[in-house]
Design a protein. Sequence first.
Lengths: 128, 366
Amino acid sequence: MKIPKELRYTKDHEWVRVEGTVAVVGITDFAQLQLGDIVFVELPGEGAMVKAGESFTVIESVKAASDIYAPVSGKIVKVNAALADAPDLINQDPYGDGWLVAVELADGSEPDGLLDNDAYTRLAEEGQ
Amino acid sequence: MALKQTPLYGIHRRYGGRIVEFGGWSLPVQYTGIKEEHQAVRTKAGLFDVSHMGEIRVEGPDASAFLQKLVTNDVFQLEKNQVLYTPMCYEHGGTVDDLLVYKQREDSYLLVVNASNTEKDWDWLQGNVRGFAAKLTDVSGETAQLALQGPLAGRILSNLTDAPVGGLNYYRFMPEVAVADKKVLLSRTGYTGEYGFELYCRPDDAGDLWEAIMDAGQPLGLLPAGLGCRDTLRFEACFPLYGHELSADISPLEAGIGMFVKLDKGEFNGREALHKQKTNGLARRIAGFEMTGRGVARTGYPVWAEGECVGTVTTGSYAPSLDKNLGLALIRAERAGTGQRLDIEIRDKNVSAQVIAKPFYKREEK
């Protein structure tokens, strides 16, 4: 199970990569393993506002639909359109090609409050 | 309530199975992945632990007459070493369960019932047996069951037994054969829409039997297969799942399995109600549909047609063999014709769908 050092995490198994004022968001390797084969992603629209802790999209595996919660607040400025035809990118490359959305941060310091690699590793290991 | 474990629980853990709760049992939903396991069963073979299924023995001079009264299919047509698939109904036509009836002797049958219905079925059978010279025994605890399913199932099995498994016809069984030196009841049945077998054995033999089949099959592409793909496989073949397409509230006629209801066989539980349903025409039925808009239908989602709620999704899923999002729904009969347009309500939004023919998948007969 991969947990990259440079990312920030939530207890709900989303990750955040800060690039200037924008946070790229996805779900972790642990999350995609738990979900299993992903067959559908309900992509939000660009320009939509998201609020930390609230569901902003739904990922469907073969078995079930799962809410995905925004790790940070702000405006969605980009959506990974490739997921419409290839939702399994999330299984194959959860931290790369399987990213979900990019969020223009309402508060640039908000990601600092998320879990770091060590804290998330402990959480994921407990969850296994 | 503590979850029950099959004799293969340890093996599932060892094979990397992800264990979930199902009908009161701890069972693997998947090992390597639902899509991969699904594909293995369609193209090569998969091995399932279905030891959670319930088994009830019915014996005695009136065993045949008793079963004929209880189930909707015609038990009297059954030959020795033949299997019958049949619904079992309440007087009002709703379904108690759907089950397999194995005729072992003229006066002895084995019923294989859904795990989550075992207790209910037992009570129902006991409650109906008065007046019949028939004895019921719950043998679930002394019976384990494996399902070896897929086009290579016969080849794998023939490496482990001298029995002529290739000559065993659909819905026939061999009452006692040695497979990997274990005594099994071998039956040409399954719940996947593929060629395959189900093997009933003693719980103590289940682990060795599993390992022997895996050893023989792995070089040919056999994978251990979990409940996740068991559901997608049966769904594509449009086999009803109790609690979804069949229930106390859904009759076998509504479920579209009227061919297993023999209204002219004589008196049986539910006959009058089912006969009436058939004569008057069905008000609702299970229809298959394909999502034409973007979305995955799931059990319980409302179904709409021209602004009117016409029913509910009973099973919805991505269908791996067809690479489409499909569903089964219990809807008003006048909306169930092939080609009719529906809307599936997914998270407060209507997404378009269209009624298509069942089954979604049918294997090519060789």
